[in-house]
Design a protein around this ligand. Structure first.
Ligand code: SF4
Length: 516
């Protein structure tokens, strides 16, 4: 393995790294047909963690043998055929549920090993894959949910995203990275990609080269959340659209060869960037690819991945409609309705966003009203309320082995309760997570709710939450900060209502939570 040349010298490889030296994560794809024929009991325990490379995690409790599957949706763009296939999998195997993640991917639950080969076949037939959706490998590529239809985008990034995605899919040169690796490629000027929290991001920029203005990208490296969140740092380079793949290969090679492999908790690219800094990183990158210095960035703000309502597309006479999917969870009936509606009124496409919501594109202007009169949009609202519309939640204890508390249903109930108790003219982004990890991106929320266990006054262990406030990726990007104390889960609604009533009374008109 050529790529062991740097990290083989690291003296104390973590146990996970040692296991990866014995077996490449992608090898699990060759083993799955055997396990599917012989049942869950035929899978040795030490193999369980390799299923991540196939996009599969064991649900809680692991011994029951049910899997969660994450499916890559690069840039969040799904064709009608793909959505129909996903709906079919949810119906036949996934107990009617599909969750949209905070990286535009989708997740099924309750899958059994015997079903996996058929699910792989169905996905492959429509050009979808769960491979690399989890594990120490490049994850799904986040992009502009409006790519190709966005009247403000600097350029259409769909082809670039697909090119990079297919290059890295099942690529064994990059299937043993030090840790998970998240990238985004977007030319959306409102930073719908959440650039600063990815390991590697391409953001819209222009540069005058040979007297001509060229549209391309700036590069941010080393962002990431979890217990030690870091904001990605800009490198002093400008990248032309046709160079994005080569730059991605170069940065990924640097991460693979120089990233830390001794402690899992220090293995993300953000730690290498924190030690090297952007200058050294830029210098190292120049050994792989020659790039000009930065141009002018074209990010104008941050929309956190929200696109509610009806909007003009860059194509005359066409509209896109953004609707809320409460806490990102869809059921089979809704999925089939989306298949029908997007086909009947649009071109069949549906797109996912980082905010766990969807966009239906390409609706002729004169069809919008009829479409929005469909019953489905009594539940998936184009103009949702201040709390439900901006409530994000991770999977939580229902399926996740690391979770300390229940999240999805709880987040929905809390948002419902807040919408009944309070009306605000500005949205409040509430994110709930079941542990210190970052699947619900708690760190960038206006109000982040992180599940913990604590002893109550009767000395009983109960579900509880820490509250964090003030996260944003707008101009002065910052992670939210923890408030003193912990709140028992049962008291969460009441405490939040009181807290937000104070905000409502004291804020001036139009003031957002972050600027408060
Ligand atoms: Fe599980 Fe924690 Fe991720 Fe939530 S944030 S899905 S609890 S690992």
């Amino acid at each position: 393995m050529a790529y062991t040349k740097h990290w083989a010298n690291q003296e104390k490889l973590s146990k996970e790294e040692k296991a990866k030296l014995e077996k490449d994560g992608l090898d699990i794809l060759d083993d799955i047909p055997y396990y599917a024929r012989n049942g869950f009991d035929s899978i040795p325990k030490e193999e369980w963690s390799f299923f991540k490379w196939a996009g599969l995690y064991l649900q809680k409790p692991k011994e029951d043998g049910y899997f969660m599957m994450r499916v890559n949706i690069p840039s969040g763009v799904m064709t009608n055929e793909q959505l129909k296939t996903l709906a079919g999998i949810a119906k036949d195997y996934g107990r009617d549920v599909l969750d949209i993640t905070t990286r535009q991917a989708v997740q099924f639950h309750w899958l059994q090993i015997e079903q996996i080969p058929d699910i792989f076949d169905r996905l492959e037939k429509v050009g979808l894959s769960s491979v690399g959706a989890c594990g120490d490998i490049m994850r799904t590529i986040v992009g502009n949910p409006l790519a190709g239809i966005d009247p403000n985008e600097l350029l259409d990034t769909r082809e670039i995203v697909n090119d990079v995605y297919h290059y890295f899919q099942r690529n064994r040169d990059f299937s043993n990275l030090p840790r998970k690796y998240k990238i985004s490629i977007s030319a959306n000027v409102d930073n719908a990609q959440n650039a600063e929290i990815n390991c590697l991001s391409f953001v819209p920029a222009v540069k005058v080269i040979d007297g001509k203005e060229v549209s391309g990208f700036h590069v941010y490296v080393g962002g990431g959340l979890a217990a030690k969140p870091h904001l990605a740092k800009p490198l002093n380079v400008f990248v032309r659209p046709e160079q994005v793949k080569d730059v991605t290969i170069a940065v990924t090679t640097i991460f693979r060869d120089y990233g830390y492999r001794e402690k899992r908790t220090r293995a993300r690219l953000k730690f290498l960037m924190a030690d090297w800094g952007p200058e050294k990183f830029t210098e190292k990158l120049s050994e792989y690819i020659e790039l000009p210095e930065k141009g002018e960035e074209r990010l104008t703000g941050w929309n956190a991945g929200y696109f509610y309502g009806v909007h003009e597309q860059k194509q005359e006479g066409l509209r896109y409609v953004g609707v809320n999917v409460p806490v990102g969870r869809l059921h089979t009936e809704e999925l089939y309705e989306l298949v029908r509606i997007s086909d009947q009124y649009g071109n069949g496409e549906v797109r996912t966003s980082n905010s766990q919501n969807i966009v239906i594109p390409n609706i002729p202007e004169d069809q919008v009203e009829a479409m929005l009169n469909e019953k489905l949009f009594e539940h998936l609202l184009p103009e949702p309320k201040s709390f439900m519309g901006y409530a994000v939640s991770c999977t939580g204890i229902e399926y996740c082995n690391l979770a300390l508390v229940e999240t999805k249903e709880r987040m929905k109930n809390v948002a419902d309760h807040l919408d009944e108790a309070l009306s605000l003219e500005v949205p409040i982004r509430l994110h709930m997570v079941g542990c210190p990890n970052a699947c619900g991106q708690r760190q960038i929320a206006d109000i982040g709710l992180q599940g913990i266990k604590m002893k109550n006054k009767d000395k009983k262990m109960v579900e509880a939450f820490e509250i964090y406030v003030g996260g944003t990726l707008s101009e002065s990007a910052q992670f939210n900060e923890k408030l003193k104390g912990k709140i028992e889960a049962g008291q969460l609604d009441g405490v939040l209502v009181q807290f937000l009533q104070v905000f409502k009374q004291e804020k001036y008109r139009g003031e957002t939570f972050h600027s408060y």
